[in-house]
Write a protein that binds this ligand. Structure first.
Ligand code: GUN
Length: 300
């Protein structure tokens, strides 16, 4: 079998189009423009690229974008004061503090100072608790994007055996909660899992989010399974020339694509969905803040 390739780039474009339609309707019918504030502390190159892309796509969706770039020496106190100011600003419906933060700042303290209703990352402890108890919450963007792709690919997920490899707070744990919410039988596997190969072989759905290049080989995949690869790992690519690199996922794509029913590529799979879901969350937060109906198909 050769797997269907799940085109995350095209799907993200579709989601961004739906968000843009929702934003246009909010403006036309209610005179409201959703606003997203992104806070970047320091000059980490990868974070700068993320923040630039977020800002551009926010504007393209018709939303307001507020960027706050702070010096790496910014104190925790000053960062907390900025978050307070954004919490109180009625033009700001979503707040994202780019991680990682410099070592002298307590990330948990900063994230938990964000108004949970504006926490479009879904990292605030209140949102984590709401998701864990099946209540309405803001859902972390990458797992939300994975869920949307799985629903699009499979329709109902009810009764499927799902394995999430990786137990991070940002992807693994919320992903497992979302799959449980859609009535999957969920296993969370991690570095201490005894029989990882056997565990993955039983799964109709595999979500790999460990950050280890090509760690899941094709012969672990159940024939016909749906594989979502969250990993983005940069590896040497001498075949492209000296000093060149390329991106690979946590799944060995070539061998897995021969067995799986459907699979996300890296790049072009989960990656583009993350910012699309950030925009979707900002629209959702704006609708909730104004007691308006939420956009359909853009939430968990
Ligand atoms: N750093 C890398 N990805 C993310 C993300 O999704 N949210 C935040 N806040 N920081 C990140």
């Amino acid at each position: 079998m050769t797997a269907r390739v799940i085109d995350g780039k095209a799907f993200a474009e579709k989601v961004r189009g739906q968000v843009a339609e929702g934003v246009a309707a909010l403006k036309a019918e209610h005179g409201i423009t959703p606003g997203l504030a992104v806070v970047l502390v320091g000059e980490d190159p990868a974070s700068q690229v993320y923040v630039r892309n977020k800002g551009r796509q926010t504007l393209e969706a018709g939303m307001q974008s507020f960027e706050h770039k702070l010096d790496v020496t910014t104190s925790e106190e000053d960062l907390l004061a900025l978050v307070e100011q954004l919490n109180a600003d009625p033009a700001v419906h979503g707040i994202l503090v780019q991680l990682p933060l410099p070592d002298h700042i307590d990330s948990d303290k900063v994230i938990n100072s964000i108004d949970p209703a504006k926490d479009v990352d879904g990292f605030h402890i209140s949102n984590v608790g709401l998701l864990g108890t099946g209540q309405k919450s803001m859902v972390p963007c990458t797992p939300l994007g994975c869920l949307m792709m799985l629903r699009e690919e499979l329709g109902s997920l009810s009764g499927k055996d799902a394995v999430v490899i990786g137990r991070s707070n940002i992807v693994g744990k919320p992903m497992a909660q979302l799959l449980l919410g859609d009535s999957c039988t969920v296993t969370i596997a991690h570095s201490r899992t005894k029989d990882l190969a056997g565990t993955v072989r039983r799964a109709d759905i595999v979500v790999a989010a460990v950050g280890r290049p090509n760690m899941v080989p094709g012969d672990w995949i159940k024939p016909g399974a749906t594989v979502i690869d969250v990993g983005i790992n940069r590896v040497d690519a001498p075949e492209k020339g000296e000093g060149k690199t390329r991106l690979v996922g946590d799944v060995d794509y070539a061998s897995a694509a021969e067995v799986a029913g459907a699979i996300t590529p890296v790049p072009g799979g989960v990656g583009p969905m993350t910012i699309a879901c950030l925009l979707a969350n900002t629209l959702t937060a704006c609708c909730r803040a104004n007691n308006l109906p939420e956009p359909q198909g853009l939430t968990a």
